[in-house]
Design a protein around this ligand. Structure first.
Ligand code: ADP
Ligand code: GLC
Length: 485
Protein backbone atom coordinates (compact mmCIF):
# COMPACT_ATOMS: atom_id res chain seq x y z
CA UNK A 1 0.00 0.00 0.00
CA UNK A 2 1.30 3.47 -0.92
CA UNK A 3 0.76 6.17 1.69
CA UNK A 4 1.44 9.89 1.38
CA UNK A 5 1.80 11.24 4.93
CA UNK A 6 1.28 15.01 4.91
CA UNK A 7 2.52 17.01 7.88
CA UNK A 8 3.81 20.51 8.54
CA UNK A 9 6.47 19.19 10.93
CA UNK A 10 8.43 15.97 11.46
CA UNK A 11 11.23 15.30 13.93
CA UNK A 12 14.24 15.48 13.48
CA UNK A 13 13.73 17.78 10.48
CA UNK A 14 11.62 20.41 12.24
CA UNK A 15 9.65 20.36 15.49
CA UNK A 16 7.45 22.67 17.53
CA UNK A 17 5.43 20.03 19.38
CA UNK A 18 4.01 16.53 19.52
CA UNK A 19 2.89 16.52 15.87
CA UNK A 20 6.57 16.42 14.88
CA UNK A 21 7.26 13.46 17.15
CA UNK A 22 4.35 11.54 15.65
CA UNK A 23 5.19 12.46 12.05
CA UNK A 24 8.80 11.43 12.63
CA UNK A 25 8.06 8.08 14.24
CA UNK A 26 4.72 6.75 12.94
CA UNK A 27 5.79 6.59 9.25
CA UNK A 28 8.86 4.58 10.25
CA UNK A 29 6.69 2.14 12.19
CA UNK A 30 4.28 1.84 9.25
CA UNK A 31 7.17 1.17 6.94
CA UNK A 32 8.24 -1.73 9.14
CA UNK A 33 4.76 -3.16 8.66
CA UNK A 34 5.25 -3.03 4.90
CA UNK A 35 3.72 0.32 3.95
CA UNK A 36 5.37 2.14 1.02
CA UNK A 37 5.22 5.54 2.71
CA UNK A 38 6.48 9.02 1.89
CA UNK A 39 6.23 12.12 4.06
CA UNK A 40 5.26 15.42 2.39
CA UNK A 41 6.49 18.53 4.20
CA UNK A 42 7.16 22.22 3.43
CA UNK A 43 10.81 22.95 2.63
CA UNK A 44 11.61 25.14 5.62
CA UNK A 45 15.34 25.98 5.92
CA UNK A 46 15.78 23.32 8.65
CA UNK A 47 14.10 20.70 6.48
CA UNK A 48 16.32 21.44 3.49
CA UNK A 49 19.36 21.38 5.75
CA UNK A 50 18.57 18.15 7.58
CA UNK A 51 17.23 15.97 4.75
CA UNK A 52 19.75 13.52 3.33
CA UNK A 53 20.27 12.05 -0.16
CA UNK A 54 18.15 14.77 -1.72
CA UNK A 55 17.39 14.88 -5.45
CA UNK A 56 14.93 16.82 -7.60
CA UNK A 57 11.68 14.92 -8.12
CA UNK A 58 9.28 17.17 -10.04
CA UNK A 59 8.20 20.74 -10.69
CA UNK A 60 4.73 21.85 -9.67
CA UNK A 61 3.11 24.59 -11.73
CA UNK A 62 -0.27 26.30 -11.84
CA UNK A 63 -0.20 26.93 -8.08
CA UNK A 64 -1.86 30.10 -6.79
CA UNK A 65 0.34 33.21 -6.42
CA UNK A 66 3.66 31.46 -6.98
CA UNK A 67 5.17 30.62 -10.30
CA UNK A 68 6.35 27.17 -9.45
CA UNK A 69 7.68 24.97 -6.68
CA UNK A 70 10.24 22.20 -6.86
CA UNK A 71 9.65 18.89 -5.17
CA UNK A 72 12.75 17.31 -3.69
CA UNK A 73 12.90 13.65 -2.76
CA UNK A 74 15.17 12.90 0.19
CA UNK A 75 15.34 10.72 3.28
CA UNK A 76 14.98 11.13 7.01
CA UNK A 77 18.49 11.24 8.49
CA UNK A 78 17.94 8.39 10.95
CA UNK A 79 15.10 6.15 9.76
CA UNK A 80 15.68 6.73 6.01
CA UNK A 81 11.93 7.14 5.48
CA UNK A 82 11.49 8.90 2.10
CA UNK A 83 10.47 12.55 2.34
CA UNK A 84 9.15 14.89 -0.34
CA UNK A 85 9.97 18.50 0.51
CA UNK A 86 8.24 21.37 -1.26
CA UNK A 87 10.99 23.81 -2.10
CA UNK A 88 9.58 27.29 -2.57
CA UNK A 89 11.75 30.12 -1.35
CA UNK A 90 8.97 32.70 -1.32
CA UNK A 91 6.77 30.63 0.98
CA UNK A 92 8.94 28.59 3.29
CA UNK A 93 12.53 29.83 3.39
CA UNK A 94 12.40 32.45 6.15
CA UNK A 95 13.79 33.07 9.62
CA UNK A 96 11.44 32.30 12.49
CA UNK A 97 9.25 29.22 13.03
CA UNK A 98 7.00 27.23 10.73
CA UNK A 99 3.94 29.27 11.73
CA UNK A 100 5.24 32.49 13.30
CA UNK A 101 7.93 35.09 12.68
CA UNK A 102 10.77 35.78 15.10
CA UNK A 103 8.47 38.00 17.20
CA UNK A 104 5.94 35.21 17.60
CA UNK A 105 3.41 36.73 15.17
CA UNK A 106 1.58 34.42 12.74
CA UNK A 107 2.81 34.78 9.15
CA UNK A 108 0.13 36.75 7.25
CA UNK A 109 0.30 34.36 4.34
CA UNK A 110 -0.20 31.16 6.35
CA UNK A 111 -3.38 30.32 4.40
CA UNK A 112 -1.31 30.42 1.20
CA UNK A 113 1.65 28.54 2.71
CA UNK A 114 -0.52 25.67 3.96
CA UNK A 115 -3.06 25.93 1.17
CA UNK A 116 -0.20 25.09 -1.17
CA UNK A 117 0.94 22.23 1.07
CA UNK A 118 -2.62 20.86 0.87
CA UNK A 119 -2.91 21.43 -2.88
CA UNK A 120 0.42 19.79 -3.69
CA UNK A 121 -0.64 16.79 -1.58
CA UNK A 122 -3.87 16.53 -3.57
CA UNK A 123 -2.09 16.87 -6.93
CA UNK A 124 0.30 14.08 -5.96
CA UNK A 125 -2.67 11.89 -4.98
CA UNK A 126 -4.53 11.70 -8.30
CA UNK A 127 -3.89 10.07 -11.64
CA UNK A 128 -2.54 13.23 -13.31
CA UNK A 129 0.20 13.52 -10.69
CA UNK A 130 3.51 14.88 -11.98
CA UNK A 131 5.11 11.98 -10.08
CA UNK A 132 3.43 9.33 -12.19
CA UNK A 133 5.51 6.39 -10.96
CA UNK A 134 4.43 6.84 -7.34
CA UNK A 135 0.75 7.66 -6.83
CA UNK A 136 -0.50 6.95 -3.32
CA UNK A 137 -3.51 4.79 -2.46
CA UNK A 138 -4.06 6.76 0.74
CA UNK A 139 -3.23 10.35 1.59
CA UNK A 140 -2.98 10.72 5.36
CA UNK A 141 -3.39 14.43 6.20
CA UNK A 142 -2.35 15.71 9.61
CA UNK A 143 -3.91 18.69 11.37
CA UNK A 144 -5.38 21.85 9.84
CA UNK A 145 -2.30 22.63 7.75
CA UNK A 146 -3.17 19.66 5.52
CA UNK A 147 -6.92 20.04 5.94
CA UNK A 148 -7.67 21.35 2.46
CA UNK A 149 -6.27 18.24 0.74
CA UNK A 150 -9.51 16.22 1.08
CA UNK A 151 -11.46 19.24 -0.24
CA UNK A 152 -9.27 19.63 -3.33
CA UNK A 153 -9.48 15.89 -3.96
CA UNK A 154 -13.26 15.80 -3.67
CA UNK A 155 -13.63 18.25 -6.52
CA UNK A 156 -11.04 16.67 -8.82
CA UNK A 157 -12.55 14.83 -11.70
CA UNK A 158 -10.05 11.96 -11.80
CA UNK A 159 -9.11 8.72 -10.10
CA UNK A 160 -7.67 9.72 -6.75
CA UNK A 161 -6.40 8.42 -3.43
CA UNK A 162 -8.66 7.97 -0.42
CA UNK A 163 -8.02 10.52 2.31
CA UNK A 164 -7.68 10.23 6.06
CA UNK A 165 -7.69 13.37 8.18
CA UNK A 166 -5.91 13.08 11.54
CA UNK A 167 -6.83 15.65 14.16
CA UNK A 168 -4.11 16.24 16.73
CA UNK A 169 -5.80 19.22 18.35
CA UNK A 170 -9.31 20.63 17.76
CA UNK A 171 -8.21 23.99 19.15
CA UNK A 172 -6.19 24.85 16.04
CA UNK A 173 -8.61 25.25 13.15
CA UNK A 174 -6.86 27.33 10.48
CA UNK A 175 -9.79 29.74 10.08
CA UNK A 176 -9.37 32.57 7.56
CA UNK A 177 -11.35 35.16 5.64
CA UNK A 178 -13.68 33.73 2.97
CA UNK A 179 -11.75 35.43 0.17
CA UNK A 180 -9.16 32.67 0.50
CA UNK A 181 -11.59 30.18 -1.05
CA UNK A 182 -11.13 31.65 -4.55
CA UNK A 183 -7.57 32.77 -3.87
CA UNK A 184 -6.66 29.15 -3.16
CA UNK A 185 -8.49 27.92 -6.30
CA UNK A 186 -11.14 26.06 -4.32
CA UNK A 187 -14.50 25.77 -6.08
CA UNK A 188 -17.16 28.21 -4.87
CA UNK A 189 -19.49 25.32 -4.02
CA UNK A 190 -17.09 24.18 -1.27
CA UNK A 191 -17.95 27.37 0.59
CA UNK A 192 -21.14 26.35 2.36
CA UNK A 193 -22.23 24.94 5.69
CA UNK A 194 -21.98 21.46 4.19
CA UNK A 195 -18.41 22.17 3.23
CA UNK A 196 -15.60 24.32 4.58
CA UNK A 197 -17.58 27.43 5.56
CA UNK A 198 -17.41 28.12 9.27
CA UNK A 199 -19.31 31.10 10.73
CA UNK A 200 -18.72 33.28 7.69
CA UNK A 201 -15.09 32.27 7.25
CA UNK A 202 -13.32 29.27 5.77
CA UNK A 203 -11.70 26.66 7.98
CA UNK A 204 -8.92 24.25 7.01
CA UNK A 205 -9.86 21.94 9.90
CA UNK A 206 -13.49 21.84 8.89
CA UNK A 207 -12.51 21.08 5.29
CA UNK A 208 -10.52 18.07 6.44
CA UNK A 209 -13.18 16.87 8.84
CA UNK A 210 -15.95 17.31 6.26
CA UNK A 211 -14.39 15.99 3.08
CA UNK A 212 -11.99 13.25 4.27
CA UNK A 213 -13.00 9.63 3.72
CA UNK A 214 -12.21 8.90 7.38
CA UNK A 215 -11.24 10.88 10.47
CA UNK A 216 -8.57 9.79 12.92
CA UNK A 217 -7.47 11.24 16.20
CA UNK A 218 -4.73 10.45 18.65
CA UNK A 219 -6.48 8.66 21.52
CA UNK A 220 -9.75 6.76 22.03
CA UNK A 221 -10.90 9.09 24.82
CA UNK A 222 -10.28 12.23 22.74
CA UNK A 223 -12.25 10.61 19.89
CA UNK A 224 -15.28 10.73 22.21
CA UNK A 225 -14.46 14.07 23.85
CA UNK A 226 -14.11 15.89 20.52
CA UNK A 227 -17.77 15.13 19.81
CA UNK A 228 -18.88 17.10 22.87
CA UNK A 229 -19.40 20.81 23.39
CA UNK A 230 -16.78 20.97 26.13
CA UNK A 231 -13.97 19.75 23.86
CA UNK A 232 -15.18 20.23 20.29
CA UNK A 233 -14.32 23.95 19.89
CA UNK A 234 -17.50 24.38 17.84
CA UNK A 235 -16.82 21.43 15.50
CA UNK A 236 -18.46 18.80 17.75
CA UNK A 237 -21.63 18.64 15.65
CA UNK A 238 -19.78 17.87 12.44
CA UNK A 239 -17.54 15.26 14.07
CA UNK A 240 -20.49 13.66 15.87
CA UNK A 241 -22.40 13.45 12.58
CA UNK A 242 -19.58 11.25 11.28
CA UNK A 243 -18.97 9.41 14.55
CA UNK A 244 -18.93 5.97 12.92
CA UNK A 245 -16.02 7.20 10.77
CA UNK A 246 -13.96 8.61 13.66
CA UNK A 247 -11.06 6.44 14.83
CA UNK A 248 -9.20 7.11 18.08
CA UNK A 249 -5.77 5.49 17.94
CA UNK A 250 -3.38 6.14 20.82
CA UNK A 251 -0.01 7.62 19.82
CA UNK A 252 3.12 5.60 20.41
CA UNK A 253 6.57 6.96 21.13
CA UNK A 254 9.94 6.54 19.46
CA UNK A 255 11.58 4.17 21.93
CA UNK A 256 15.15 4.59 20.60
CA UNK A 257 15.13 8.37 20.78
CA UNK A 258 13.52 8.22 24.22
CA UNK A 259 15.50 5.52 26.02
CA UNK A 260 17.13 6.12 29.41
CA UNK A 261 19.52 3.22 28.78
CA UNK A 262 21.02 4.94 25.73
CA UNK A 263 20.26 8.65 25.85
CA UNK A 264 23.26 10.77 24.81
CA UNK A 265 21.79 13.82 26.58
CA UNK A 266 21.77 12.42 30.12
CA UNK A 267 24.64 12.17 32.63
CA UNK A 268 24.32 8.40 33.27
CA UNK A 269 22.31 5.67 31.60
CA UNK A 270 19.86 3.54 33.59
CA UNK A 271 17.07 1.04 33.02
CA UNK A 272 14.23 -0.68 34.84
CA UNK A 273 16.58 -3.19 36.46
CA UNK A 274 19.01 -0.65 37.81
CA UNK A 275 17.82 2.84 38.61
CA UNK A 276 21.05 4.08 40.26
CA UNK A 277 21.98 6.13 37.18
CA UNK A 278 18.80 8.18 37.61
CA UNK A 279 20.18 9.57 40.90
CA UNK A 280 23.27 10.82 39.05
CA UNK A 281 21.10 12.40 36.39
CA UNK A 282 19.08 14.17 39.09
CA UNK A 283 22.25 15.45 40.73
CA UNK A 284 23.66 16.68 37.41
CA UNK A 285 20.35 18.40 36.62
CA UNK A 286 20.16 20.11 40.03
CA UNK A 287 23.74 21.31 39.53
CA UNK A 288 23.12 22.55 36.00
CA UNK A 289 19.97 24.42 37.01
CA UNK A 290 21.50 25.94 40.15
CA UNK A 291 19.13 24.09 42.50
CA UNK A 292 20.26 22.79 45.88
CA UNK A 293 21.80 19.38 45.23
CA UNK A 294 19.71 17.12 47.39
CA UNK A 295 18.81 13.55 46.54
CA UNK A 296 15.81 13.35 48.83
CA UNK A 297 14.10 16.63 47.86
CA UNK A 298 11.22 15.65 45.53
CA UNK A 299 12.00 17.29 42.21
CA UNK A 300 8.97 18.03 40.01
CA UNK A 301 9.40 18.65 36.29
CA UNK A 302 7.55 20.39 33.47
CA UNK A 303 8.40 20.45 29.76
CA UNK A 304 5.60 22.09 27.87
CA UNK A 305 4.11 24.70 25.68
CA UNK A 306 2.96 27.29 28.23
CA UNK A 307 -0.66 27.71 27.16
CA UNK A 308 -4.09 27.52 28.77
CA UNK A 309 -4.48 23.96 27.40
CA UNK A 310 -1.66 22.66 29.57
CA UNK A 311 -3.20 23.88 32.87
CA UNK A 312 0.11 25.03 34.33
CA UNK A 313 -1.49 28.13 35.84
CA UNK A 314 -2.83 25.62 38.39
CA UNK A 315 0.72 24.59 39.23
CA UNK A 316 1.70 28.24 39.70
CA UNK A 317 -1.24 28.66 42.05
CA UNK A 318 -0.09 25.87 44.37
CA UNK A 319 3.68 26.31 44.01
CA UNK A 320 3.96 28.06 47.41
CA UNK A 321 2.72 25.15 49.56
CA UNK A 322 4.67 22.63 47.46
CA UNK A 323 7.95 24.47 47.93
CA UNK A 324 7.25 24.76 51.65
CA UNK A 325 6.98 20.98 51.76
CA UNK A 326 10.55 20.79 50.42
CA UNK A 327 9.76 20.18 46.75
CA UNK A 328 11.87 21.57 43.94
CA UNK A 329 10.61 22.51 40.49
CA UNK A 330 12.31 22.43 37.06
CA UNK A 331 10.34 24.09 34.27
CA UNK A 332 11.21 24.22 30.57
CA UNK A 333 8.74 25.84 28.24
CA UNK A 334 7.57 28.81 26.27
CA UNK A 335 4.31 30.35 25.18
CA UNK A 336 1.98 32.83 26.84
CA UNK A 337 3.78 35.78 28.44
CA UNK A 338 1.80 35.58 31.69
CA UNK A 339 2.78 31.98 32.33
CA UNK A 340 6.39 32.56 31.29
CA UNK A 341 6.57 35.52 33.70
CA UNK A 342 4.84 33.56 36.46
CA UNK A 343 7.44 30.81 36.40
CA UNK A 344 10.31 33.28 35.91
CA UNK A 345 9.33 35.29 39.01
CA UNK A 346 8.93 32.09 41.02
CA UNK A 347 12.50 31.16 40.07
CA UNK A 348 13.75 34.62 41.08
CA UNK A 349 12.00 34.31 44.43
CA UNK A 350 13.22 30.77 45.15
CA UNK A 351 16.47 30.44 43.19
CA UNK A 352 17.57 27.25 44.95
CA UNK A 353 14.23 25.54 44.64
CA UNK A 354 12.87 26.62 41.28
CA UNK A 355 14.41 26.80 37.84
CA UNK A 356 12.51 28.22 34.86
CA UNK A 357 14.13 27.97 31.47
CA UNK A 358 12.02 29.88 28.97
CA UNK A 359 12.64 28.64 25.45
CA UNK A 360 12.77 25.51 23.38
CA UNK A 361 15.60 23.10 24.22
CA UNK A 362 15.56 19.49 23.06
CA UNK A 363 18.62 18.23 25.06
CA UNK A 364 17.37 19.88 28.26
CA UNK A 365 13.95 18.28 27.76
CA UNK A 366 15.62 14.84 27.93
CA UNK A 367 17.65 15.83 31.00
CA UNK A 368 14.52 17.00 32.81
CA UNK A 369 12.51 13.94 31.82
CA UNK A 370 15.25 11.71 33.24
CA UNK A 371 16.42 13.83 36.17
CA UNK A 372 13.17 14.78 37.89
CA UNK A 373 11.17 12.51 40.23
CA UNK A 374 7.69 13.33 38.93
CA UNK A 375 6.37 14.93 35.77
CA UNK A 376 3.49 17.39 36.13
CA UNK A 377 0.95 17.60 33.28
CA UNK A 378 -2.43 18.94 34.46
CA UNK A 379 -3.83 19.59 30.97
CA UNK A 380 -7.37 20.95 30.62
CA UNK A 381 -7.59 18.85 27.47
CA UNK A 382 -4.97 16.65 25.87
CA UNK A 383 -5.67 14.88 22.58
CA UNK A 384 -2.87 12.45 23.36
CA UNK A 385 0.19 13.97 25.02
CA UNK A 386 3.61 12.42 24.66
CA UNK A 387 5.43 13.76 27.70
CA UNK A 388 3.50 11.59 30.14
CA UNK A 389 4.69 8.60 28.11
CA UNK A 390 8.29 9.85 28.05
CA UNK A 391 7.94 10.25 31.83
CA UNK A 392 6.85 6.64 32.29
CA UNK A 393 9.64 5.43 30.02
CA UNK A 394 12.20 7.34 32.14
CA UNK A 395 10.94 6.13 35.53
CA UNK A 396 9.41 9.54 36.19
CA UNK A 397 5.79 8.92 37.19
CA UNK A 398 3.48 11.49 35.63
CA UNK A 399 0.83 13.46 37.52
CA UNK A 400 -2.00 14.05 35.07
CA UNK A 401 -5.60 15.10 34.63
CA UNK A 402 -8.07 12.50 33.45
CA UNK A 403 -8.57 13.62 29.86
CA UNK A 404 -7.80 12.43 26.32
CA UNK A 405 -4.61 10.46 25.91
CA UNK A 406 -3.60 11.12 29.53
CA UNK A 407 -6.60 9.07 30.67
CA UNK A 408 -5.74 6.38 28.12
CA UNK A 409 -2.05 6.03 28.96
CA UNK A 410 -1.53 6.64 32.69
CA UNK A 411 -2.82 4.22 35.35
CA UNK A 412 -3.50 5.78 38.74
CA UNK A 413 -1.71 4.52 41.84
CA UNK A 414 -3.92 2.84 44.42
CA UNK A 415 -3.72 -0.36 46.45
CA UNK A 416 -5.35 -2.49 43.80
CA UNK A 417 -3.28 -1.17 40.89
CA UNK A 418 -0.13 -1.56 42.94
CA UNK A 419 -1.04 -5.15 43.65
CA UNK A 420 -1.54 -5.81 39.94
CA UNK A 421 1.64 -3.95 39.00
CA UNK A 422 -0.30 -1.63 36.72
CA UNK A 423 0.08 1.67 38.64
CA UNK A 424 2.24 4.06 36.59
CA UNK A 425 1.36 7.56 37.80
CA UNK A 426 -1.19 9.76 39.53
CA UNK A 427 -4.49 10.91 38.06
CA UNK A 428 -6.40 13.98 39.29
CA UNK A 429 -10.07 13.46 40.07
CA UNK A 430 -10.94 16.88 38.64
CA UNK A 431 -8.91 19.57 36.86
CA UNK A 432 -8.55 22.11 39.68
CA UNK A 433 -5.58 23.62 41.48
CA UNK A 434 -6.85 22.22 44.76
CA UNK A 435 -7.04 18.72 43.33
CA UNK A 436 -3.58 19.10 41.78
CA UNK A 437 -2.17 19.90 45.21
CA UNK A 438 -4.02 16.93 46.74
CA UNK A 439 -2.74 14.57 44.06
CA UNK A 440 0.87 15.73 44.36
CA UNK A 441 0.66 15.38 48.15
CA UNK A 442 -0.74 11.90 47.63
CA UNK A 443 2.18 11.11 45.29
CA UNK A 444 4.63 12.43 47.88
CA UNK A 445 3.46 9.87 50.43
CA UNK A 446 4.34 7.12 47.95
CA UNK A 447 7.62 8.84 47.09
CA UNK A 448 8.62 8.63 50.76
CA UNK A 449 8.21 4.86 50.58
CA UNK A 450 11.27 4.00 48.48
CA UNK A 451 10.31 0.42 47.67
CA UNK A 452 6.79 1.19 46.50
CA UNK A 453 8.04 4.17 44.50
CA UNK A 454 10.45 1.90 42.62
CA UNK A 455 7.56 -0.39 41.75
CA UNK A 456 5.60 2.49 40.28
CA UNK A 457 8.67 3.58 38.32
CA UNK A 458 9.25 0.06 37.01
CA UNK A 459 5.63 -0.45 36.03
CA UNK A 460 5.90 2.59 33.76
CA UNK A 461 9.29 1.64 32.38
CA UNK A 462 8.01 -1.82 31.46
CA UNK A 463 4.94 -0.61 29.61
CA UNK A 464 5.04 -1.13 25.88
CA UNK A 465 4.68 2.48 24.73
CA UNK A 466 6.05 1.82 21.24
CA UNK A 467 4.13 2.26 17.99
CA UNK A 468 3.81 -1.47 17.43
CA UNK A 469 0.15 -1.90 18.30
CA UNK A 470 -1.08 1.51 17.10
CA UNK A 471 0.77 1.33 13.77
CA UNK A 472 -1.10 -1.93 13.15
CA UNK A 473 -4.36 -0.11 13.80
CA UNK A 474 -3.45 2.56 11.23
CA UNK A 475 -2.72 -0.18 8.69
CA UNK A 476 -6.18 -1.61 9.35
CA UNK A 477 -7.74 1.83 9.00
CA UNK A 478 -5.92 2.34 5.67
CA UNK A 479 -7.19 -1.01 4.35
CA UNK A 480 -10.75 -0.30 5.48
CA UNK A 481 -10.71 3.18 3.94
CA UNK A 482 -9.28 1.91 0.68
CA UNK A 483 -12.32 -0.25 -0.02
CA UNK A 484 -14.83 2.43 0.98
CA UNK A 485 -17.21 3.62 -1.73
P1 ADP B 1 1.80 19.31 22.37
O1 ADP B 1 2.07 18.74 21.03
O2 ADP B 1 0.38 19.61 22.64
O3 ADP B 1 2.68 20.47 22.68
P2 ADP B 1 2.83 16.75 23.38
O4 ADP B 1 3.00 16.25 24.77
O5 ADP B 1 2.13 15.85 22.44
O6 ADP B 1 2.15 18.18 23.47
O7 ADP B 1 4.24 16.98 22.71
C1 ADP B 1 5.10 17.99 23.08
C2 ADP B 1 6.48 17.68 22.54
O8 ADP B 1 7.22 18.89 22.48
C3 ADP B 1 7.25 16.73 23.41
O9 ADP B 1 8.18 16.02 22.63
C4 ADP B 1 7.98 17.72 24.33
O10 ADP B 1 9.12 17.16 24.90
C5 ADP B 1 8.31 18.83 23.40
N1 ADP B 1 8.44 20.15 24.01
C6 ADP B 1 7.45 20.98 24.43
N2 ADP B 1 7.97 22.13 24.88
C7 ADP B 1 9.31 22.01 24.76
C8 ADP B 1 10.41 22.88 25.06
N3 ADP B 1 10.23 24.08 25.59
N4 ADP B 1 11.66 22.44 24.81
C9 ADP B 1 11.85 21.21 24.28
N5 ADP B 1 10.86 20.36 23.98
C10 ADP B 1 9.61 20.75 24.21
C1 GLC C 1 -1.15 17.83 19.62
C2 GLC C 1 -1.81 17.56 20.97
C3 GLC C 1 -1.08 16.53 21.79
C4 GLC C 1 -0.67 15.33 20.93
C5 GLC C 1 0.12 15.81 19.73
C6 GLC C 1 0.57 14.66 18.83
O1 GLC C 1 -0.13 18.75 19.71
O2 GLC C 1 -1.95 18.76 21.71
O3 GLC C 1 -1.91 16.09 22.84
O4 GLC C 1 0.12 14.45 21.69
O5 GLC C 1 -0.66 16.66 18.97
O6 GLC C 1 -0.51 13.88 18.39
Amino acid sequence: MRILFVSSEAYPLIKTGGLADVSGSLPAALRELGADIRILIPGYPAVLQNLINTQPLATMSGLPYIESATLLLGEMPDTKVPVIAIQCEALYERDGGPYVDSHGKDWDDNPLRFGILSLVAAQLSCEDSPVSDWIPDIVHCNDWQAGLTPAYLRFMDQVRAKSIFSIHNMAFQGTYSAEWVSKLQLPAESYQMHGLEYYGRMSFLKAGAYYADAIATVSPTYALEMQTEAYGFGMQGLIASRSHEVHGILNGIETHEWNPAADPHIAKPYDDKNLVGKKHVKQALQTQLGLTVNDTAPLLGVVSRLTHQKGLDMLLEIAGPLLEKGCQLAVLGNGERELENGFKSLAVRYPQKVSAVIGYNEPLSHKIMAGVDMFVMPSRFEPCGLNQMYGMRYGTPPIVTSTGGLADSVTDTNTQNLRHNTATGFVLKSPTAHELLNTIEHALTYYADVKTWKRIQRNGMRRDLSWKESAGKYMELYSQTLVKK
